[in-house]
Write a protein that binds this ligand. Structure first.
Ligand code: NAD
Length: 353
């Protein structure tokens, strides 16, 4: 039976880059069936809500989700904020699908080393993965409100041991599949939630004696990512710190247009349910011009094959084809070249053959 993939193209360059990723997926496997649904501003315009019930239902009935991006200036001022694409679609989608583990690899392709804004330190080029807790912490904690006639604002950071334990296990499992090194990043000198993270991560680590791990404060980690990014293998961290550090790590690789991501739930039978999307947003400034770099979405599709469908060889074939295309000179506009979206896909497909 084919695997079902819900495709949510979304806004801006989202539809352009998801089309390319589907083309690449189709060229390596005929075991996937795609079902396209509305999300984000496009859904708001069509049916008055950024996350229609039918979209959520189709996602829940699928084996994986491929998302483009949502949002744009057209929908930034909609009231109430719950109807805006990011707040009204992305956050509830993550919550409803229980996508608590966000994986953001930041690796620089050899052909692009000169594109990095940092000079690499003693440990060499960046090749790390941020394992970010995605459904807890300050983005979801209650109360979130204004008080005293709007003069005071409150956000709340909450974590339970269960939430920390499951993401910590994911982090250590991933470290085992990589270079067996893990930094658990927090602000334990100030935050109670960070001290709970330390307690739980120390317990979980006992089951992973083969992984070399340590705690690091988030401010130090932000600095080390610029000073010597090659020292990191797995960065395990909570929701907001992961949001910020993964963007920083992304930028060290040179372009946001290259970086994939996976947000995973628990296994369903033999498969892990996940949502796969590029690390970048909807890039309204270049939407509709055929110049978006589709590589981040194509590499997200490769992550889908690896994590949700256990198609490791097909995933590696796509990653190799991207690397070879870059070696042979493929450069989209964001990488300083003049290849368009379709040219990039064509170069990757040529290297797949
Ligand atoms: P962005 O990532 O969309 O764009 C930042 C810059 O990078 C822009 O100059 C853009 O042209 C460029 N860029 C991004 N992706 C590119 C690609 N594939 N190829 C070439 N250039 C690329 O971030 P932003 O401008 O801060 O946000 C734009 C909109 O996207 C906002 O509405 C924001 O809320 C939304 N957003 C959505 C998601 C998501 O859907 N997961 C994530 C981030 C931002």
């Amino acid at each position: 039976m084919p695997f079902k993939v819900a495709v949510l193209p979304g806004d801006g360059i989202g539809p352009e880059v998801t089309t390319e990723a589907i083309q690449v997926l189709r060229s390596v496997t005929d075991e996937l069936e795609f079902d396209e649904c509305l999300i984000g501003g496009a859904a708001y315009d069509a049916v008055g809500k950024p996350l229609p019930e039918t979209t959520l239902k189709i996602c829940k009935e699928s084996n994986a989700v491929l998302l483009g991006a949502v949002g744009g200036p057209k929908w930034d001022k909609i009231e109430p904020p719950e109807l805006r694409p990011e707040v009204g679609a992305l956050l509830p989608l993550r919550r409803e699908l229980n996508l608590y583990a966000n994986l953001r690899p930041a690796r620089i392709f050899p052909a692009l080393i000169d594109a990095s804004p940092v000079r690499f330190g003693p440990s060499g080029p960046i090749d790390c993965i941020v394992v970010r807790e995605l459904t807890g912490g300050i983005y979801f904690g209650k109360p979130r409100e204004r008080r005293d006639n709007g003069e005071v604002a409150v956000d709340t950071c909450v974590y339970s041991k269960i939430e920390i334990r499951r993401i910590a296990r994911r982090g250590f499992e991933i470290a085992r599949q990589r270079r067996r090194k893990l930094h658990c990043v927090d602000k334990a000198n100030v935050l109670e939630t960070s001290r709970l993270w330390r307690e739980v991560v120390t317990e979980v680590a006992e089951g992973y004696q083969d992984v070399d791990w340590e705690f690091m404060l988030v401010d130090n980690c932000a600095m080390q990512l610029v000073r010597d990014p090659g020292q990191f293998d797995v960065i395990l961290t909570e929701n907001m710190f992961g949001d910020i550090l993964s963007d920083e790590a992304a930028q060290v690789t040179g372009s946001l247009g290259m970086l994939p991501s996976a947000s995973l739930s628990d296994p369903r039978g033999d498969n892990v349910f996940g949502m796969y999307e590029p690390a970048h947003g909807s890039a309204p400034d270049i939407a509709g011009q055929g110049i978006a770099n589709p590589i981040a979405t194509i590499l997200s599709a490769a992550m889908m094959l690896r994590f949700s469908f256990d198609m490791k060889e097909e995933a590696e074939a796509i990653e190799r084809a991207v690397s070879k295309a870059l070696d042979s000179g493929l450069r989209t506009l964001d990488l300083g070249g003049n290849a368009g979206t379709k040219d990039a896909t064509a170069a990757i497909l040529a290297n797949l053959a």
